[in-house]
Design a protein. Structure first.
Length: 488
């Protein structure tokens, strides 16, 4: 199976709601496949990057770089889209790239993309030693940049963990412990990054500071942060903890995150000591947003793919399949629509939207998937459910409530043969969910409601018991199955 193709399993006892000979489940799969095709790094990068080999001119989102003015081109970065973006960049620039280091997701480091770019098998969401090693080499490259050097940074979701580099005095184990502690609270991505930026010299503009003497600095970014609590869409300071942009967080705000979630006392001693030693000091603070290094003639930051693009791709394919489409929380929606709640509340928000569009005898199929192909602690991307899901589960002797209680939703969908599985896709622009509405009494009634963004899952299992497998998407779909069952 290609790594960017959606696979789904279907129970043999499943009712086959169909329109024009195509099952609604197959429609969901077709839509998701199209979404992935549109947000993969290769086409995304080529939309914004062009090389004129005759003049040796690189055009980036309309801005031209005369490559004759540079002696070296360095490539750094990381994230779940790092390998595919890097590979495409090599196809465009070839041997013009002098050296590079990319921290990529696990086995994506196995096959080299260039003799000049080293790939490191980093991990997410828990950092590993290989990622730290790659990050250290990035530091060396960045500090070597001079006015005749063009630096290209490839940044994508997951980069915060994949490019982890604890400051001196904090061990990787301490770094892991504080990261895991923040993930289980759960803290928001803004809050998690506010802490990590102050424990890691690459984050919060650190990459840009280290390459302060570079003649040019370009960031190509795939955003997995649709919106933050502050209402900023695709906030550069949050994506991968903002390694190449300015940042407004401080050591004070990092401490506030830990105290507000009542985990300060549980934080590793070295972490608490480092934060307290730097309170009110500027030396180790993040890069100010008004830094001259971020001036237009010094830095260019280009978001090449994001959640809005994924949603619009879903709309495009759904319309081709004959659906009337409503986008919730895209460019055509409001920012408030995209600020996701904890997943048990988010299904209520989603259901309000869906139910307001329903008429008698409507049938709803709900599916959700993560564009990176990894849904929490499972090997699934998501799941799919309809009005028959829970009835079929009961016939199999499966109690869906136990799977919800144990945060084991991925196992449920595997047992039901209703999982969405892609494997790691090599991209990451957050999540897409769709509700496909049909009606056996009205063959022409086909409505698709597309939701973007990213919810969180509060892990609450009995003390001493580990949570099962799954994440935001499978949990959301199982909660949707409950809503659909109740509607009968």
């Amino acid at each position: 199976m290609a790594e960017d193709t959606v696979e789904t399993g279907y129970s043999s006892k499943r009712t086959n709601d169909s329109c024009n000979g195509l099952s609604v489940h197959a429609d969901a799969k077709t839509i998701f496949n199209h979404v992935l095709a549109c947000v993969l790094p290769e086409p995304a990068l080529r939309r914004y990057l062009h090389l004129n080999e005759t003049t040796n001119t690189l055009t980036v989102a309309g801005r031209k770089y005369n490559l004759n003015n540079y002696n070296r081109i360095l490539v750094v970065g990381g994230g779940k889209a790092g390998r595919r973006t890097g590979s495409e960049l090599v196809k465009i620039l070839g041997d013009r790239i002098t050296a590079g280091v990319l921290n990529v997701y696990q086995e994506q480091a196995r096959e080299p993309i260039s003799g000049n770019i080293k790939l490191f098998s980093a991990n997410h969401p828990t950092p590993n030693e290989a990622g730290v090693e790659g990050a250290r080499l990035m530091v060396d490259l960045l500090k070597s940049a001079d006015p005749k050097t063009l630096v290209i940074a490839l940044i994508s979701g997951g980069g915060s963990s994949l490019m982890a580099l604890p400051v001196a005095g904090i061990s990787l184990e301490d770094y892991k412990n504080i990261s895991n502690l923040l993930l289980t609270v759960p803290a928001t991505i803004d809050e998690i990054n506010a802490v990590r930026k102050h424990l890691d010299p690459l984050k919060g503009g650190g990459m840009r500071k280290m390459a302060k003497d570079a003649g040019g600095f370009i960031s190509f970014v795939l955003s997995d942060v649709p919106v933050t609590k502050t209402g900023v869409v695709d906030d550069p300071s949050v994506i991968s903890s903002g390694p190449t942009v300015g940042d407004g967080s401080t050591f004070e705000s990092a401490k506030k995150v830990l105290t507000s979630h009542n985990i300060w006392d549980q934080a590793p001693t070295a972490v608490k000591r480092y934060i307290e030693e730097n309170l009110g000091k500027e030396d180790n603070e993040t890069l100010p947003k008004d830094s001259p290094l971020l001036a237009a003639d010094k830095s260019q930051y280009v978001i090449i793919a994001n959640n809005d693009l994924a949603m619009e791709a879903a709309k495009e394919k759904a319309e081709q399949l004959g659906y009337t489409v409503h986008l919730i929380g895209c460019r055509t929606g409001s920012v408030a629509d995209k600020i996701k709640a904890e997943v048990t509340q988010e299904i209520e928000n989603i259901w309000k939207v869906i139910s307001s569009d329903l008429i008698d005898h409507d049938r709803v199929t709900f599916a959700s998937f993560s564009t990176d192909g990894v849904d929490g602690h499972s090997d699934l991307a998501g799941g799919i459910a309809d009005k028959d899901t829970l009835a079929s589960a009961q016939a199999k002797g499966l109690d869906y409530r136990k799977y919800l209680a144990n945060c084991d939703s991925a196992t449920f969908f595997k047992e039901m043969g209703a999982e969405i599985k892609t494997g790691p896709t090599g991209t990451n622009v957050a999540d897409v969910s769709i509700a496909l509405i049909t009606n056996p009494d009205k063959p022409d009634r086909k409505v698709a409601i597309v939701f973007g963004g990213e919810a969180t899952v509060k892990v609450a299992v009995p003390e001493g018991q580990k949570p099962g497998y799954g994440g935001r998407n499978t949990h959301l779909v199982l909660l949707a199955a409950q809503k659909l069952d109740e509607r009968k």
